[in-house]
Design a protein around this ligand. Structure first.
Ligand code: IPM
Ligand code: MN
Length: 365
């Protein structure tokens, strides 16, 4: 247990500052006046790049590395790009992932009471699984190092290592063990999502998956090719418990999955390595609605609950886990009570949601 936990905060771009500020208020309300968390803000992102020519200043990186946890709003603005065409506002997220080796990107997909799914006939609780996205290699490992020859040939290489696959697959089995299984049948199950029928790198992923699976005979296993997976997530989402996949596939499936539970605003995420933890919603910076006060803060709030859980477990500090639990149950109650932002077909503003969540947390304290 620590007396003080330093949280490095980067607000980022678009709606980033709005959802980040909302979340900090919520965390403060959950922990009360004796909160051991200290939030320190640092600059990074597309806006900062436009102002200074730097998307991710070195002091911000050092502060993030040294902090107990990192909280981010969202990054990136369309058109703010490097000479190679890639977005400058994404440097923060991507550099943290690779430099701090945040290999496990944990993305819970859950349909809450009060939130409407575009899928017919599903109700709260019917969708409740985790996409475990490998976050440190795969196709994204080529970022910044792919070849561009004569303005004519472009190459990015997909990288899969035994160590990288082993640790993410092991994490998938651990998460399945801790869970209550798939909603439809209660079976603890890890689905290996790949494209092993076409590419060697994915066949390798699957073979390492098989090796690791032997250590978890109590957890059911199956394979799903990623193209079929896109269909399964729509047609039988209740079947899934934990899905493990390569970086790029995990990115794509995350958005599809989020759509089934209310959209990107309802997609929290936790990016974890052996030493550091980075917490942000899976959504982007939504510049089209930035500054209007209507952004959905639930994804970031739920990501912060994961941050408290991670810190609480890491430092054996139960009060952080209790605060995480309070945030989750209050969030659930607010959604069930109809406190919905515009993306959820409601009319509550970011402020209204934040105030209601905080009021309920104060009442629960
Ligand atoms: C995500 C985002 C990121 C990604 C961006 C912001 C770099 O889409 O976390 O899913 O592509 O991984
Ligand atoms: Mn994404």
């Amino acid at each position: 247990m620590k007396d003080i936990y330093e949280i490095a905060v980067v607000h980022g771009d678009g709606i980033g500052p709005e959802v980040c500020a909302a979340t900090i208020e919520v965390v403060k309300a959950a922990l009360g006046p004796d909160s051991p968390l200290r939030f320190c803000e640092y600059p990074a992102g597309a806006e900062h790049f436009l102002k200074t020519g730097q998307s991710f200043p070195e002091p911000t990186f050092q502060a993030c590395r040294a902090a107990d946890a990192i909280l981010h709003g969202a990054g990136g603005l369309p058109g703010v790009v490097h000479p190679d065409g890639t977005e400058a506002g994404l440097d923060f997220t991507l550099k943290l992932r690779f430099e701090l080796d945040l290999y496990a990107n944990i993305r819970p997909i859950r349909l809450f009471e009060g939130v409407e799914s575009p899928l017919r006939g599903v109700k709260a609780g019917d969708i409740d699984y985790i996409i475990l996205r490998e976050n440190s290699e795969g196709l994204y490992a080529a970022r910044g190092s792919g070849a561009l020859l004569r303005g004519e040939v472009a190459v990015d290489t997909l990288v899969q290592t035994r160590t990288g696959i082993e640790r993410i697959v092991r994490k998938a089995f651990e998460l399945a063990r801790q869970s209550t299984g798939a909603p439809r049948d209660g079976v603890r199950r890890v689905t290996c999502c790949d494209k092993a029928n076409v590419l060697r790198s994915y066949a390798f992923f699957r073979s390492v998956f098989d090796e690791v699976a032997k250590d978890y005979p109590d957890v059911a296993t199956e394979y799903a090719l990623v193209d079929a997976m896109a269909m399964h997530l729509v047609l039988k989402p209740g079947h899934f418990n934990v899905i493990v996949s390569e970086n790029m596939f995990g990115d794509i499936l995350s958005d599809l999955a989020a759509a089934t539970v209310g959209g990107m605003g309802m997609a929290p995420s936790a990016e974890i390595g052996d030493a550091n933890g980075f917490f942000q919603a899976a959504h982007g910076s939504a510049p089209d609605i930035a500054g209007k006060g209507i952004a959905n803060p639930y994804g970031t709030i739920l990501s912060a609950a994961s941050m408290l859980d991670w810190l609480g477990h890491k430092h054996a500090d139960a009060k952080l886990n209790q605060a995480a639990e309070r945030i989750r149950s209050v969030t659930e109650a607010c959604l069930a009570g109809g406190l919905l932002s515009a993306d959820l077909k409601g009319s509550a503003s970011t402020r209204q949601i934040t105030h209601s969540v905080c009021d309920r947390l104060a009442a629960a304290a």
